[in-house]
Design a binder for this molecule. Structure first.
Ligand code: ZN
Length: 232
């Protein structure tokens, strides 16, 4: 965690460039220039039926899925997510997490009368040590900042107990099989009304599906799945 004034000094002294087109940024916080932000294909309502339907595969326990934008291969959204995941993108993750929080609030997924537990998709400890941080956790902090005190970020309930190799070449069934028994849920610290699982990008839904299945063993109310981006 960087102290805010140190971050300000870094912002002032290091030139920031757009994650997609590499032009200099006057205001670095979004990580993208205005042109590139305008190119992002945003989900109109944030809740994509295709995503929710796909989450229903393999008897997942997810009520609905929400994402902020479509994930476009070689497009702006891919460049942004890549920077968030692999290039010390904690502050970017939090920045875009705030938009996700605003979306969840506008859709009524979180209302002020409900208490939510925000659970980031965990990384295996070994991978997290190598990468230095887990992007979904910082996205969750951004969400929490917007939706307020009734939402609690909790990264100790769900653990990744099996290390899995990169899944890029596997098809859906192979991915799903490989992730079996990968996640374990511990007893909840409180009794929230809803759980919101948070990821950076949802591709095959097998990861988030296994997370929901593990959480179902300790929680019986609605579980929602959300991410910054979703592969159509
Ligand atoms: Zn740009």
């Amino acid at each position: 965690m960087i102290i805010p004034w140190i971050q300000d000094i870094i912002d002032l002294t290091i030139p920031h460039i757009c994650a997609s087109c590499q032009t200099n940024l006057a205001r670095p916080s979004a990580g993208l220039c205005v042109n590139c932000i305008n190119k992002i294909e945003a989900l109109v309502k944030g809740c994509d039926d295709e995503l929710t339907q796909r989450l229903g595969t393999h008897e997942n326990h997810v009520s609905s899925g929400f994402a902020l934008m479509y994930f476009e291969q070689n497009g702006v959204s891919q460049h942004l997510i890549h920077k968030i995941k692999y290039h010390n993108g904690e502050h970017l993750a939090k920045y875009w997490g705030r938009y996700l929080g605003a979306l969840l609030q506008s859709l009524g997924v979180h209302s002020n009368t409900k208490s939510s537990l925000l659970i980031p998709v965990p990384m295996h400890k070994r991978r997290e040590r190598r990468r230095g941080y887990n992007a979904p956790l910082h996205i969750a902090y951004g969400v929490q900042e917007v939706i307020g005190d009734k939402a609690l970020v909790c990264n100790s309930v769900l653990a990744r107990v099996k290390h899995s190799k990169s899944q890029t070449t596997a098809d859906f069934n192979q991915r799903y099989e490989r992730l079996t028994e990968s996640f374990h849920a511990y007893p909840l610290p409180n009794k929230p009304d809803v759980i919101i699982i948070i990821d950076d990008v949802i591709t095959s839904t097998s990861t988030i599906g296994h997370c929901a299945n593990a959480l179902r063993k300790v929680f019986s109310n609605d579980i929602y799945a959300t991410a910054l981006a979703f592969t159509p």
